[in-house]
Design a protein around this ligand. Sequence first.
Ligand code: ADP
Ligand code: ADP
Ligand code: MG
Length: 666
Amino acid sequence: MFKKILIANRGEIAVRVIRTCRKMGIKTVVVYSDADAGSMAVEMADESVHIGGSPAAQSYLVADKIIAAVRQTGAEAIHPGFGFLSENAAFAKRLEEEGIGWIGPNAFAIDSMGDKISSKKLAAEAGVSTVPGHMGLIEDTREAIKISKQIGYPVMIKASAGGGGKGIRVAANDKEVEEGFPAVKAEAKASFGDDRVFIEKFILEPRHIEIQVLGDKHGNCLWLNERECSIQRRNQKVIEEAPSPLLDPETRKKMGEQAVALARAVNYDSAGTVEFVASGKDKGFYFLEMNTRLQVEHPVTEMITGIDLVEQMIRSAYGEKLKLKQSDIKINGWAVESRVYAEDPYRNFLPSIGRLKRFHPPAEGKLGNGEVRMDSGVREGDEISMFYDPMIAKLVTWGKDRDTALDVHGEALDRFHIEGIQDNIPFIAAVMDEKRFRSGNITTAYIKDEFPEGFQGVPATRAQEAQLICSAAYVHAFFDRRAGEISGRLAPRAPRREWVVILGDQHHPVTIDIGRDGEAEIAVDGGNPHSLMTSWKPGRHLVEGALDGNAFAVKFADRTEGYLFRHRGVALRALVCTPFVADMHSRLPEKPKADTSKLIISPMPGLVVSMDVTLGQVVQEGEAVCIVEAMKMQNIIRAGANGTVKAINVKAGESVAADEIMVEFA
Ligand code: ADP
Ligand code: ADP
Ligand code: MG
C-alpha cells in the first residue's frame, strides 16, 4: 500500500481523506494557501506545504506547485478531493508521465466524460437512456428554434463544457430560445472558454438521481445504489439522501446496470457518479452527465452500504482488485446529508463570511433512534474567507427508515450551534419538518415552489414557544442568581422569581423556581407551572432536557441585547427582564429606521468585479449598478429606485465589506 499520500484540496474534504488515511496507516501531506495556514486539515495532516496565495488560481489550481510539493515530501500519490484539479484530465495524464500515483480514474475516462455532448453520445452507444434532444452542435438562433420545435417545448439549452449549474437555461417557447440561446453561448464562452451549445428536452417534474459506481484496474465495476439530490438552490445541491424515495428495486437495478455499462465503456477504475434526471411523472430516467471524481454527497452512500469510498479509491489506485462483488452491495436503512453553508437564508442565501465565534457541531455517534456523522473542516475561531466554496460542513444522519433519518437530522440540527457568520441551519431544519419534503414528493424546483418569497423563518408552535420561553427564563434566572451569589459585596438576596420574557413584541410574565440538579418549575402567562429538567450548565449554548416530560433541545446565542434562541426553523430573539424594566420597554418609542433609499450598499463582503455606472449617470430602478463576487458567486447589485449617481466609492478590483456604501444617488 501507499505509505504517503498528498491531498490537493482543503476544508472538509481534505479532513475527510485524512481520516481514512489514518485508519489505513498512510501518512498524509496537505498543501495550503495563505488563507488556509493553520487550518484544521493542516493541523491534522502529518506534513503540510504552503503553495501560494489565497485565490485558487495561485495555489490549489497550480499543477507545478502541487507536483513540487509531491517531490519535496516524497508522497507517492495525490488525492484531489472534488473541485479544483479533480476533473482535470491533463493533470492526471501528467502525473502518470511523471510516475506519481493518481487517486482517481484514468485520464481517458475523465476526458471522455468532461464534455456533455461527447459523453451523451458515448452513453447512447453503451445503451444508456439519454434525454431526447439534438446531439449535434447548433450554429445559430434560427437553427436553435427549429430544433427546439422538433424536440417539443419545454427544452433545456446547455453548454457542452458546462458544470456547476452554469450555462443552463430552460425555454418554453420560440421567444425564450431566441433570448436563451445567445445567452447560454455567451456564458459558456465566458465561463468555460468554449461556446458549443446543444438542446435537449426538459424533463417534467425533474428529480436528480445519481448512481455511485466503483471500478478497479482489473476490469471490475460495481454500482453502489443511488442518491437523490433534488433539493437544490441555484443549481447547487443542499440536501441529499440515499436511497431515493422515488425508486423501486427494478428501476434501481436498471439505472445501476446502465451506469456500470457507461463506466465500463471508458474503463472506469475509481469511484465516480453517473447523474440522471428522473421524471416524477412516469419514473422515466435519462442520463445527464458523469462526474469522474468523489462527490460531495458520497457519505450518504457510505452510511447505507457500510463501504468507505475513499478507502476503495485508494486501493484501486494502488492496483488492488475490488474485493466486493455486486451481490455484497446492500441497502441498510436511510441516510440524509445537509450541506451547511456560510450564507444568509433570510437574505436570498447570500454568502456570509467572517470569524466563527462559536462552532459547536453535534456529537458524532448515537442520537435518538439513529446516528450522526459530521464531516467538517473548520473549528471555532477559524475565519471563513471569500475565496472558496461557502460549504463549511456536512451533517449526515442515519436511521432505519426515512422518517427516522429525518427526525434525527432535526434533532442534530438543534444541537448544531454557529455564531459569528450567518448559516443555513434554520432553513435546512425547516425543510426537514416540511410536509411535502416529508412525503418524498420532491423535484428540483422544490425550494422555488415551497419558498417562493425566499425563507422567512418558521413561526413557533405553542410547544416550541413554551420551550423557548422556559429556556430563556431558566438561563437568565440562573445567571441572575449566580451574579447575586458571587458579587460578595451585596448582602445576600433571595433569587428573583418574577420575570418577563419578551419575544418579539409579546410580553410573557413568568414565575420561576429553580430547584436542585437542573430542575425548575416555570409558570408562563399565569398558567399552570411547566416542569423543566435540564443538564444545562453555564458556558454551554444548548439547553437540552425535557419540558413536561417531552425531550427538547434549544440553542441560544448571547446578544448584546437579549438572547437569540433557535429551534428547528424557528429563530426568536428573547429579552428577559424584570417586570419594571419590561414596563419601561413597552413605553420606549420605536427607533426610526435610517433612510438608505439613496445608497447602494454591499450586501456582503466580496470583490468588486465591475462598476457599471459613472458619475452623473441617470439610473433607473432595477438597473445593474455593479457586480460583487464572493465564494464562487457573482451578485448583480441593482438600483432600488431611480436616481442620478452622485458618488462612487469603490472601483473594480477593490474589496468591499458588508454594508459598505458603494454608490450614492443624488
Ligand atoms: P454536482 O453538482 O455536479 O454533482 P457537486 O455538488 O458534488 O457536483 O459539486 C459542485 C461543484 O463544486 C463540483 O465541481 C465540486 O467539485 C465543487 N465543489 C463543491 N463543494 C466544494 C468544496 N467545498 N470545495 C471545493 N469544491 C467544491
Ligand atoms: P452541471 O454540470 O452544471 O451539474 P447537469 O447537466 O448535471 O449540469 O444539470 C444540472 C441540473 O439541472 C441537474 O441536477 C438537473 O436537476 C437539471 N437538469 C439538467 N438537465 C435537465 C433536463 N433535461 N430536464 C430537466 N432538468 C434537467
Ligand atoms: Mg451535474
